[in-house]
Ligand binder design. Structure first.
Ligand code: SF4
Ligand code: SF4
Length: 479
């Protein structure tokens, strides 16, 4: 499949006025847009029952350094899982691209979804493609100012609502919306709404296909994942061009067999496939990197083929091999390897997420100073115990020592330690060794922490008790 040369970025942009089209793929795209908008705008309002009480189903709480996604809670220290999730998403994208081309761009990308809605608004306000072209070419008058002004106002409104909805994921939505509406929202929320409003307006309203053509890196490297078996939107040039090329359906060339006899292909050169294309390309020139695989040209051509009584499929999802009469091989070594790696990462991710510890305990010896000699001759070491409680329940823990005969554990004013729900606390404990028990060398021992409410939950940590050699010698002499 051929690739058209890349236009220079400074080349003047040709305005695109996509014509609307009805059909199978358009219906799929509309359903995805409705679903995506529904999820995006309504999800912050969905409540969820947690152990700590009712809360927001999906909330990214930066101040508490935790992300709640239904029953999963990710803390700042779980960033590894987030990284693994991104790695999984990237691998999935590569895998799908190798098989089905830029299907993500055409159906699921935010840029595509939001541009689709902005184009719908433009269409409703300014009319179908010919009316929009006429309006753009007409002189400025009251009607033009009204229509263009209303379009931009509605774009800005959608962009503003997009910004607000995004912000609601980062705080308690019912409280935050009141703060936003009464201009009492935090500064960060205001800046986020402003940023999202402007970027959505510019990307989906003004830049549109330029984002996919010039700004998106995926458009550039996706061809590296393509091969002759990749399913893309393709024009069947053998059928469409025949021996003599495409031809308008004149009186003598309306019947298919007549066209065939005269050597003309099935393409009636109506240009509908080009007019509906949101990136303004002609798919009959072959695969082009600007094509987002939205399949609207398939709907357009199918409609034309049906109206002239020819079989559909002149433009269709196909592979280069299939277009050349060969077999499309979906299952090949490259796909299988990608698939296996994907499954392995998915298993690691989900297993790890389910099996991950909900309580992290770490202990480190205080090194400044490494030890102190108390007035009664005891040698004292200090340790910092850090407990990260990722549950929605508060915890009470007892601390004991294992393997350090004669040592005295000092928890200060407490006999057990308390960690609030979904929080992290550090406690300093002292271990004192009386002179008569002073050891010859450093001694390895274990801290044992036991959850009072769930006796089965306990954690051990191995550490060292430091004894300076000269003190040991002194203690021997003193005995
Ligand atoms: S060529 Fe067809 S599939 Fe590609 S972007 Fe244009 S309309 Fe969509
Ligand atoms: S819509 Fe079909 S028939 Fe019309 S120009 Fe495109 S490929 Fe040819």
């Amino acid at each position: 499949m051929s690739e058209t040369p890349t236009p220079h970025p400074e080349q003047q942009r040709t305005a695109i006025y996509p014509r609307s089209v009805k059909g199978f793929y358009r219906r799929i795209k509309t359903a995805i847009v409705i679903l995506a908008y529904g999820v995006y705008f309504l999800l912050p309002w969905l409540r969820w029952e947690r152990e700590s009480g009712p809360s927001q189903a999906v909330i990214f709480d930066i101040t508490a350094r935790r992300f709640d996604i239904f029953d999963f809670t990710l803390f700042a220290q779980d960033i590894f899982w987030l990284a693994l999730l991104f790695a999984f998403a990237a691998l999935l994208l590569f895998f799908v691209t190798g098989i089905a081309g830029r299907v993500f761009c055409g159906y699921f990308c935010f840029q595509t979804l939001w541009t689709d809605v902005f184009m719908y608004i433009e269409h409703r306000v300014q009319g179908e493609r010919p009316a929009r072209i006429k309006l753009a070419e007409s002189k400025w008058n009251a009607q033009k100012i009204f229509k263009i002004g209303l379009t931009h106002f509605l774009w800005l409104l959608v962009a503003f609502l997009t910004g607000i909805a995004f912000t609601l994921y980062w705080g308690n939505a019912p409280d935050l919306i009141v703060e936003i509406l009464t201009f009492q929202a935090p500064f960060a929320a205001g800046i986020t709404i402003l940023f999202l409003t402007l970027t959505t307006y510019v990307m989906a309203g003004i830049a549109r296909e330029q984002v996919c053509t010039y700004m998106c890196p995926y458009a550039r490297f996706q061809s590296a994942m393509f091969d002759s078996d990749t399913i893309v939107v393709a024009y069947d040039s053998i059928r469409g061009e025949g021996k003599k090329g495409r031809h308008k359906p004149s009186k003598e060339l309306i019947k298919r067999d007549k066209r065939e006899q005269q050597g003309y292909g099935d393409c009636v050169d109506c240009g509908y496939c080009v007019q509906v294309c949101p990136t303004g390309i002609d798919i009959r020139n072959g695969l082009q990197y600007q094509c987002t695989t939205c399949a609207l040209c398939i709907d357009a051509c199918s409609k034309i083929m049906t109206s002239v009584g020819y079989p559909k499929g002149l433009i269709r999802y196909s592979s280069e091999n299939e277009m050349q009469g060969k077999r499309t091989r979906i299952l090949k070594p490259k796909t299988i390897i990608y698939g296996l790696v994907l499954v392995a990462v998915a298993v690691i991710f989900f297993w790890g997420l389910i099996a991950r510890s909900v309580v992290d305990v770490s202990v480190r010896q205080v090194r400044q100073p490494l030890f102190v000699v108390l007035s009664n001759g005891d040698i004292q070491n200090r340790y910092a115990i850090k407990i990260n409680n990722k549950t929605d329940r508060q915890m009470w823990l007892t601390v004991s020592l294992r393997g350090l005969e004669g040592a005295i554990l000092d928890l200060g004013r407490f006999d057990k330690i308390h960690v609030s729900a979904a929080s992290s606390s550090t406690f300093y404990v002292k271990i004192k060794m009386p002179p008569r028990k002073i050891l010859k060398e450093n001694k390895s021992f274990e801290f044992v922490l036991t959850n009072i409410n769930e006796k089965s939950s306990n954690w051990t940590h191995t550490d060292n008790f430091f004894t300076p050699k000269k003190l040991f010698k002194q203690s021997v002499l003193n005995k």
